[in-house]
Design a protein around this ligand. Structure first.
Ligand code: NAD
Length: 503
């Protein structure tokens, strides 16, 4: 008789309780390095999802009036708990997502920074006051929470991106329904447990699981006031349109095809290290990765050295020490990436480094693809036009920086970009002319720290306000402008005023 291991189930979080779903639809959460089934995640029923929203709606009645200091102290406690559990969180993340352990800690850490920012909510959610805007009249603003808000997150940052969303929404006085990626929900659930341990009251944070049905319920539910989405352009555009048509606020951070420009005066070794790290780190599954580099003029001669550096990266399971490139998230992702590499070859790009089918001792079943480099790539090729989201670097050439800028500005995406140079004048020209949200000058992955807001230009973002930083306080609050005047008991009433001016 063979003993069967019982597979844990991922729970829903409704009204402060971690509950087993009653659904009949489940999906396996799979370790991408081994294909081991780590857990089963439910696709929640309509009743369960409605119960989550109802619990958030009920909790809002008291949470919105909870003193700002009490809200801030929960996030002070929460950041401490995340720090104390960092290793465990990173290990869960690596097992279900594939990235290396140090990178998984980075994923948690970048989210932790937003939690720290949320702990400073007392300074962030301040209104304004103008004294004596007319005789005895003052005007001031209140930034009031909206009600139930919701977040939909992608697979590639299962700690950081949920932490971009619910801490700031809750710190500003809203309640929240989160729908994590169904591919790797386990670290998100551990973060939800720690959030409750930090003191988030029942109903203030709820978590549902599922796919398109859950997303559509969030977009349609009349009690949800705002939706924050991070994921692909295709799904994000759908979410933005559907949620906006239903009168909700929406912000959608979407797909990318980030380019670096390398000028010949750049610091050569630093630049090559940065290019290799940002093209192949996290197996290219970062929205801020650099999958395209444009070598300008004499910098084109650096290509052989770039290839040699990429060859030194170690492809292995994310949990193994010294790994540079872990597996991609799923067999489907691996198949798609390998297919796109084949397409690049067919369309005439030059495959300088072919990372397909690497042999990884001890992990024969993992979804591995090693660093892959194409040169002679043109902008009409599929490998250039599609977001590959794997460790594949496309190298283009340009005679001048302006030619390179024109290529970037003509790309439909505008998420991140970087320029490598020693020239301040060139850097300033680039900063002024480039139409991309996140700009790095000798910084390959310029993700803004939480005092600033993540942004995006053109096809990479829909909605005006970013998911953290100062902008997110505006996103999660309604501005109310109060104009007030008080009369003394003995004040003599003036004449009836039929004009609109206050005197
Ligand atoms: P995805 O769009 O497939 O999934 C995102 C979310 O949408 C998930 O929660 C998923 O369950 C849900 N979803 C998937 N298909 C759906 C459908 N048909 N209808 C409704 N909902 C659906 O994205 P992903 O593959 O998880 O993540 C990778 C993508 O996210 C890449 O395009 C990457 O560039 C992007 N991303 C962008 C940013 C940013 O800040 N701009 C950050 C991280 C990732």
């Amino acid at each position: 008789m063979t003993a069967t291991r019982s597979i844990p189930t991922v729970k829903l979080l409704i009204n402060g309780e971690f509950v087993e779903s009653t659904t009949s639809e489940w999906r396996d959460v799979i370790n991408p390095a081994t294909q081991e089934v780590l857990a089963r995640v439910p696709f929640a029923t309509q009743d369960e999802m409605n119960a989550a929203v109802a619990s958030a709606k009920a909790a809002f009645k008291t949470w919105r009036k909870t003193p700002i200091g009490a809200r801030a102290r929960i996030f002070l406690k929460y950041q401490q708990l995340i720090r104390e559990n960092m290793k465990e969180l990173a290990a869960i993340l690596t097992a279900e997502q594939g990235k290396t352990l140090p990178d998984a800690e980075g994923d948690v850490f970048r989210g932790l920074e937003v939690v720290e920012h949320a702990a400073g909510i007392g300074n962030l959610q301040l209104g304004e006051l103008a004294n004596n805007v007319a005789g005895g009249v003052d005007t001031y603003t209140l930034l009031q929470p909206l009600g139930v808000c919701a977040g939909i997150t992608p697979f590639n940052f299962p700690a950081m991106i949920p932490l971009w969303m619910f801490p700031m929404a809750i710190a500003t006085g809203n309640t929240f329904v989160l729908k994590p990626s169904e591919q790797d929900p386990m670290v998100t659930m551990r973060l939800a447990e720690l959030a409750l341990q930090a003191g988030i009251p029942p109903g203030v944070l709820n978590v549902i699981h599922g796919g398109a049905e859950a997303v559509n319920l969030i977009c349609d539910h009349p009690d949800i006031k705002a939706v924050s989405f991070v994921g692909s352009t295709k799904v994000g555009t759908h979410v933005y349109n559907r949620a906006s048509q239903n009168g909700k606020r929406a912000q959608c951070m979407m797909g990318a095809k980030n380019h670096a420009i390398v000028l010949p005066d750049a610091h050569k070794q630093q630049t090559l290290n940065n290019l290799v790290g940002s093209a192949f780190g996290a197996a290219g599954q970062r929205c801020m990765a650099l999958p395209v580099v444009i070598l300008v003029g004499e910098a084109q001669a650096w290509l052989p050295e770039l290839v040699e550096k990429a060859k030194t990266l170690k492809v292995n399971a994310g949990c193994e020490p010294g790994t540079d490139v872990g597996p991609v998230v799923s067999c489907a992702a691996l198949e798609r990436i390998n297919g796109l590499i084949e397409r690049g070859v067919q369309e005439g790009a030059e495959l300088l480094l072919d990372g397909r089918h690497p042999q990884v001792a001890g992990y024969q079943d993992g979804n591995f693809v090693g660093p892959t480099i194409f040169s002679a790539v043109s902008t009409d090729m599929t490998i250039y036009k599609e977001e590959i989201f794997g460790p594949v670097l496309c190298v283009l050439q340009a005679a001048t920086m302006d030619e390179a800028i024109a290529i970037i500005n003509a790309n439909p995406n505008g998420n991140g970009t970087a320029l490598f140079t020693r020239s301040g004048a060139a850097a300033r020209h680039f900063q002024e002319e480039i139409d991309v949200g996140q700009v790095g000058i000798n910084v390959p992955i310029p993700v803004p720290v939480p005092t600033f807001s993540f942004t995006g230009s053109r096809g990479s973002k829909l909605g005006d306000l970013g998911p953290y930083g100062k902008q997110v306080v505006q996103f999660y609050t309604q501005t109310k402008t109060v104009t007030q005047r008080w009369f003394d008991e003995d004040e003599v009433g003036g004449p009836v005023n039929t004009t609109i001016t206050l005197k």
